[in-house]
Design a protein around this ligand. Structure first.
Ligand code: ADP
Ligand code: MG
Length: 568
């Protein structure tokens, strides 16, 4: 090897490697899923690039990944003939972590290895998971379309640095050689590897092959059996999972596929698999995760679906097919109507994209509806993780706001608890006949909401009020003023009209009070002068003497605080 250089790993990579080597002991075999998954990605990328330049196949278009055992040297090699990497790419991809928000992520690490390894799982372990089982890793790669002498070798024992050198490599693609730790020799066992591959890689679209030794000529039950040659044997099914019929895919397979595309360690909460033929032809497989990713609230968090066109991988994180308020959804979309040379720019402004987005949105909303209907406890789990994201829905997706409204959950004076379990339909079903509107209050905290003096009259009259205190609630309610034909009204805004709920007697008492208290109001008004717009007699309070309210068309005090916090 010539032109050898030593590079230091990015700080975050060092931290990650340290965790890999010391804390991911419970589920070590995931390294194989990650490395085979990278090989499959490399095959996908080559297929995509070869659409416009078939010479890249170099007369070897049969894309596969091979596992090679060397018991004497205690190495396991994962070898692919995919896109490969140039020297610069090796340095960039195998020395840093490209994902946005990496710094923030590492800031969250606590030093508690058990906790941190959970976080790492969420982050996606990727290439560096090789160091879970290896104390030295050698990568040899040559990019598709480059000459044989443009190969590159990367090597590291996972401490703080790696070396890169130029090498000859006749075959296109990447070999990852794992020098296994003494304690990890189980991964030199042929049978063990086959079972891991079966578990993790049946559903990926590339063949995983292992060498099968030939057998000498022998005799069995008096019959002569000819010698066989050794050969590469395919050990996974290698049919892209979403192309299979629903009834033929087991729950375990769906879950494994979810982990493959999401890098999540945990099972998905629910999924929806649909093949659509006719006007539009597409297959979608959409998952709702069980746990929010650490960067759910990160603005440039990558999200979106894996896009395929006629089975050919086109891109990751195609955002155009999911509205932002459903950004937690993971999945695959395989379209027969989009052109193979589709780009992000083309997707941006495309009729097919708009139709697919509409369809995928509907799929997710009805999947959530089903979950809420059939398994309230599971839905509560979903709500806890993603409820605040879903609340962005009515503002973003006007057309579906009734359906989204049905999925919302709130705390309420009905249960006097901060658990967000009450749906608008629950609320409506409890409304007395004379009640026309849905009442809610927004505040800074549950305590502030539930102790607000604005609630006194409602408690007295036994009228349920929804309690809201999340930051997003104000935004939500600004865009969500009606559900099932019923107005949603803040109990803190404007004159309170309880309509039919006020009986004749109270009305009369109120009329009288208006007259006798008129001079008092005048005095308060002149005392407060410019501080307030108006001083009004109210019957919304029962024990507190007075309170401040926002005008009907003014920003609520909550929104004011939000704006002030944002420096406006
Ligand atoms: P991710 O796959 O999520 O991008 P990884 O840590 O698994 O993260 O891999 C980092 C990058 O290294 C990949 O995005 C890819 O560019 C490159 N890479 C890894 N393995 C291969 C491979 N077998 N062939 C080509 N490129 C690879
Ligand atoms: Mg990867």
């Amino acid at each position: 090897a010539v032109h050898t250089e030593t590079h230091g790993f990015q700080t975050e990579v060092k931290q990650l490697l340290n965790l890999m080597a010391h804390s991911l002991y419970s589920n070590k075999e995931v390294f194989l899923r990650e490395l085979v998954s990278n090989a499959a990605d490399a095959a996908d990328k080559l297929r995509f690039k070869a659409l416009s330049d078939s010479a890249l196949y170099e007369s070897d278009g049969n894309l596969r990944v091979r596992l090679l055992l060397d018991k004497d040297n205690k190495t396991l090699t994962i070898s692919d003939n995919g896109i490969g990497m140039t020297r610069d790419e090796v340095i960039e991809h195998l020395g840093t972590i490209a994902k946005s928000g990496t710094k923030a992520f590492f800031g969250q690490l606590s030093g508690d290895q058990a906790k941190d390894s959970q976080l790492i799982g969420q982050f996606g372990v990727g290439f560096y998971s090789a160091f879970i089982v290896a104390d030295k890793v050698t990568v040899r790669s040559r990019a598709a379309g480059e000459a044989a002498d443009r190969g590159v070798q990367w090597e590291s024992d996972g401490d703080g640095s790696f070396t890169v050198a130029d090498i000859e490599k006749a075959d296109r693609g990447t070999d990852v050689v794992l020098h296994l730790r003494d304690s990890e020799e189980e991964f030199l066992d042929d049978w063990r590897l086959r079972s891991i591959i079966g578990k993790y890689s049946d559903h990926i679209s590339i063949a995983v092959e292992m060498w099968k030794e030939g057998e000498p000529e022998r005799e069995e039950d008096g019959e002569k059996i000819a010698a066989t040659e050794g050969e590469w044997e395919q050990v996974n099914k290698a049919t892209a999972l979403w192309t299979r019929a629903k009834g033929e895919v087991s729950d375990e397979e769906y879950q494994e596929f979810y982990k493959h595309i999401s890098h999540d360690y945990q099972d998905a909460l629910a999924w929806s698999h649909n093949k659509v033929e006719g006007n539009q032809e597409y297959t979608s497989l959409l998952y709702v995760p069980a746990k929010a990713p650490w960067d759910l609230w990160n603005r440039d968090q990558s999200h979106g679906l894996k896009l395929y066109v006629q089975r050919v991988f086109i891109m990751d994180d195609a955002e155009q097919f999911m509205p932002t308020y459903l950004r937690f959804v993971k999945g695959v979309l395989d379209s027969n109507d989009l052109p193979l040379n589709v780009s992000r720019e083309i997707l941006q402004d495309n009729k097919v994209t708009a139709q697919l987005r509409k369809a995928c949105t509907k799929r997710v909303l009805s999947m959530l509806e089903q979950m809420a209907k059939n398994d309230a406890e599971k839905y509560q789990g979903f709500w806890k993780e993603f409820g605040n994201v879903l609340k962005e829905g009515p503002a973003e997706d006007f057309a579906n706001r009734e359906q989204i409204g049905g999925l919302l959950r709130f705390a309420s004076t009905h249960n006097d608890s901060d658990a967000q379990t009450v749906s608008l339909d629950d609320y409506i079903s409890r409304m007395p006949e004379s009640q026309e509107k849905i009442y809610y209050i927004t505040a800074d905290s549950y305590t502030a909401a539930s102790h607000s003096p604005h609630l006194e009259i409602f408690r007295k009259k036994g009228i349920e009020v929804l309690l809201m205190w999340e930051r997003v609630d104000e935004w939500l309610m600004n865009h969500f003023s009606e559900y099932q034909g019923k107005q949603l009204v803040s109990v803190t805004k404007g004159a309170l009209d309880l309509g039919e709920l006020d009986d004749e007697e109270t009305k009369k008492a109120q009329e009288e009070a208006k007259e006798t208290l008129a001079p008092v109001l005048e005095r308060v008004k002149s005392a407060l002068a410019d501080e307030v717009k108006e001083v009004r007699l109210t019957h919304r309070l029962t024990s507190t003497p007075s309170c401040v309210v926002a005008g009907e068309h003014d920003m609520s005090t909550q929104m004011l605080k939000l704006m002030q916090a944002a420096g406006q």
